[in-house]
Write a protein that binds this ligand. Structure first.
Ligand SMILES: [Zn+2]
Length: 413
């Protein structure tokens, strides 16, 4: 840094840039707070940001001008002074189209600021390998009526997509989605072309987005060290560490379904032997319950659940064995990441009541210190967690820098 007389102009400019950065940061803090936590009074936002009242009023004014928040008069409470006005998000000020492409279904939702769901729809698909063009058209057909039903004057800002596969976040390139039969697919490009909406598209792995949804909107929202594990055909896993998604260099991290738990086990779809999902996924569960005739899918898991509820011994033993293997994998994650809570989604959520003791037994092989502080819980977001996470991903660019985003936005979308 230049010092002395000659540098004073530079440092003044630097100070100007720093002040601008700080203002943008504060805008993001205020908008992020009301988006994630709900409406807040001006005085709450003042203590949250540590800024003075007039600066907070300016920030709220700017967010109001951008159409992202609105204020209402505060409610009078006992004590001196006027009640502090309350700041609310305007859900239609920033709306996203959220999409989920999973093995058994395709889903779409229109979701606004504050997590407000305008509409959502999910269609079941028979399990199998889908031609990408068919899936992209399915998505488009689902989305169009939802978009048409949005309120007049809404501002569509982005599209978020959850995909059951290994995807490059930068451009939505799917390297491999084994359970859809996709490999090296420019999904971001295909969806953009089909939907024809002039907004950015963000695509990420479904389990990573399930973790993000739990972190933002689940029963353990705000827990800084959280792991989400979903069982479908395979096992998906998303890790939030120190309040941030743990993604790896390009977004490929978290493929815990393919961590080895049984060297003498079965060959996995990925080609390796003894992967976690060969012992704890849907397929091993159904293998252990031969009395269920369906070999895969939601109907098969429902049948297992019904048998367990009727007290069928063999089914209960099969669920317990699957649960123990699930726990063994969790114990490895606990030793590596020391999460405060592990949240179970998908089939683990649906069978939680029958398997949670066995899961705990399996997980107990972790070191005592991280295990003793661990909670293992079923998801409260149910089947729509990944969709909610896709919306959070799509809204992130706007929330992180509202003023800049508004500047680059095409108007009147
Ligand atoms: Zn594998």
């Amino acid at each position: 840094m230049t010092k002395g007389k000659g540098g004073s102009g530079v440092s003044k400019r630097a100070r100007g840039i720093a002040a601008e950065e700080l203002r943008r940061h504060n805008l993001a803090t205020v908008l992020g707070h009301v988006h994630r936590r709900g409406s807040a009074s001006r005085s709450q936002l003042t203590s949250l940001t540590g800024l003075n009242r007039s600066t907070v009023a300016d920030l709220i004014g700017e967010l109001d001008d951008l159409g992202l928040v609105v204020e209402s008069p505060g409610v009078a409470i006992a004590g001196p002074g006027r009640p502090s006005p309350v700041v609310h998000v305007r859900p239609d000020g920033a709306v996203v189209l959220a999409i989920e492409v999973s093995v058994d279904s395709v889903a779409a939702a229109t979701i606004g600021l504050g997590g407000h769901i305008y509409n959502q729809v999910r269609i079941a698909r028979p399990r199998g390998h889908f031609e990408p063009g068919t899936s992209v058209r399915d998505v488009s057909e689902l989305a169009r009526p939802l978009l048409a039903a949005l309120p007049t004057g809404h501002n569509l800002v982005a599209i978020g997509v959850a995909i059951v596969g290994v995807v490059r976040r930068e451009d939505g390139f799917v390297h491999i989605a084994p359970n859809l039969g996709w490999r090296n697919l420019p999904l971001g490009e295909l969806l953009s072309d089909e939907l024809g909406l002039a907004v950015p598209i963000r695509i990420a792995n479904d389990a990573d987005l399930g973790a993000l949804a739990e972190y933002r909107r689940g029963a353990y929202a705000g827990t800084s060290h959280l792991i989400y594990i979903a069982g479908e055909v395979g096992i998906g896993c998303g890790v939030i560490s120190d309040g941030k998604p743990l993604l790896g260099a390009a977004g490929y991290a978290g493929e815990a379904g393919h961590m080895m738990v049984n060297p003498g086990g079965r060959v996995c779809r990925c080609g390796a032997t003894g992967c976690w999902e060969t012992e704890a996924g849907e397929e091993p569960l159904l293998r252990r319950v031969p009395s269920v005739s369906a070999t895969s899918g939601l109907a098969a898991v429902d049948a297992v659940s019904a048998l367990a509820a009727s007290g069928d011994e063999q089914t209960l033993r099969a669920i317990a064995e699957t649960g123990r293997w699930l726990g063994v994998g969790i114990s490895n994650l606990v030793n590596v990441f020391n999460p405060e809570v592990v949240i179970l989604g998908g089939l683990f959520h649906r069978l939680f009541d029958f398997m949670h003791e066995a899961v705990g037994d399996g997980a107990a092989r972790a070191f005592a210190a991280p295990f003793d502080m661990l909670k293992i819980r079923p998801s409260t977001l149910g089947a729509d967690g990944e969709l909610i996470g896709a919306a959070e991903l799509a809204l992130a660019d706007l929330i992180n820098d509202p003023a800049q985003f508004a500047r680059i936005q095409p108007s009147g979308v």
